[in-house]
Design a protein around this ligand. Sequence first.
Ligand SMILES: [Zn+2]
Length: 144
Amino acid sequence: MTQAEKERVPIEKGFFTIPRDPSEPPSLLGTRCRSCSEVFFPRRKVCAKCLSQDTEDTLLGPRGTLYTYTYVHVPMFGTSRTDAQGYGVGQVDLPEGPRVQAVLSGGAEDFRIGMELELQLETLRENRKGQDVVIFRFRPLAAA
Ligand SMILES: [Zn+2]
């Protein structure tokens, strides 16, 4: 497969990492408050809990727990054939603290509240430079 050598770029910078090795899971880019230890995603300069500006970047994931979800029975705009049946959107609790809203990988029957999920990157399309444009999703661990 040439997939491994292909450069991957985020659809939007600053939200997740892209490991050089495609078999490695990505991480979400969050912020930890040095004053009160609260963790946030996405990143922020000021702590929403104690208003401290003494914050630092931190990596989150790749595991999470499905808090709740819905399934959209309409294909997502601009996505590949794997999404032709619709897609799940979930709120995922990260062990580090934040609850993240994210697209879920899988069919309408694949999700259960409380199940363990794993972060993954999915290629949306190829850009003009021949790079894969990727987004993050969570998929059920059992289906991996
Ligand atoms: Zn704080």
